[in-house]
Ligand binder design. Structure first.
Ligand code: ZN
Length: 277
């Protein structure tokens, strides 16, 4: 592989969902002790907490809060649900600002009872309607295209080309894209679309994990880097060739790994990060 391996953890970020059995205080303490420098916070971990002081705690551990996960889920055939999604995204923007991160990842949503084109229209309208709050709070929004197996209900944006089209149509410095290898590795146009994304200053985040064969669960069977068929290093080389200097964010949902001792799992993540990402 032409890209040098990671020799340190200075650009390693872990999503709290990856070590779901840990609460955010445990995640922060154990990531930091292992030398991890970034954390992406899933909103469920903030429940019942003062968000501002949680953000302070994360920074005191030496962690950069890379992003808040997640906003989105804009489309619905029901206008009341679309309105409540917009309200929820405004709340997410406030939470991100309180936490001290300038990025929210959007799982954009889809409603199986209407055409994907309609869902995409509603996604664009939803994002545009929260832009005043985003810019006032200094919080950017990253559209995350999801694998087409989720096109029914989780995201009507399924390729990087579609995400690029939408970010360019919205044309705001507050809207860009999160590239996740799990969702995009199969795309023959991935390299060109990564270059296009960066050319428009839309490349906001880079998520990594692996695709296992067979995948036994559509949501909760992601693998560690090196365990599957995704050419993670190749994709990273394309991302870095654009000048991207952000974190490599490990985002693994796994019923198998969540049952393991999380300290052992964290060791495996770090090994896999150095060897296979
Ligand atoms: Zn992701």
């Amino acid at each position: 592989m032409s890209i040098p391996k990671h020799t340190d953890l200075s650009r390693l970020c872990i999503h709290t969902i990856t070590t779901k059995p840990w609460n955010i205080e445990q995640s922060a303490k154990y990531y930091a002790a292992a030398g991890v420098k970034g954390i992406t916070v899933w909103r469920d971990t903030l429940e019942g907490r003062d968000i501002r002081s949680t953000g302070r705690m994360l920074r005191e551990e030496g962690l950069t809060v890379v992003s808040l996960c997640r906003g989105g889920f804009f489309p619905s055939i029901d206008p009341a649900k679309r309105k409540s999604a917009i309200d929820d995204n405004k709340r997410a923007i406030e939470e991100a600002a309180a936490l001290g991160t300038n990025l929210i990842v959007l799982v954009c949503g889809a409603d199986p009872s209407q055409p994907l084109t309609e869902s995409r229209k509603q996604i664009q309208e939803g994002i545009e309607s929260v832009l005043p709050e985003a810019s006032a709070a200094g919080v950017r929004l990253a559209i995350e295209p999801l694998h087409p197996m989720y096109a029914d209900s989780r995201s009507a944006i399924n390729t990087l080309a579609q995400a690029n089209d939408m970010a360019e149509a919205i044309d705001s410095p507050w809207v860009g894209i999160a590239v996740d290898v799990y969702h995009l590795w199969w795309d023959a146009h991935l390299q060109q679309e990564i270059e296009r994304c960066a050319r428009h200053n839309h490349l906001f985040a880079f998520h990594i994990c692996d695709w296992k064969t067979p995948t036994t669960d559509l949501l909760f069977d992601r693998g560690l880097m090196g365990e599957g068929c995704i050419p993670v290093q190749q994709i990273r080389s394309w991302v870095e060739a654009t000048g991207f200097k952000g974190f490599n964010e490990v985002e693994i949902f796994s019923n198998i790994y969540w049952k393991e001792d999380q300290h052992q799992f964290l060791k495996k993540i770090i090994e896999a990060y150095k060897e296979h990402s």
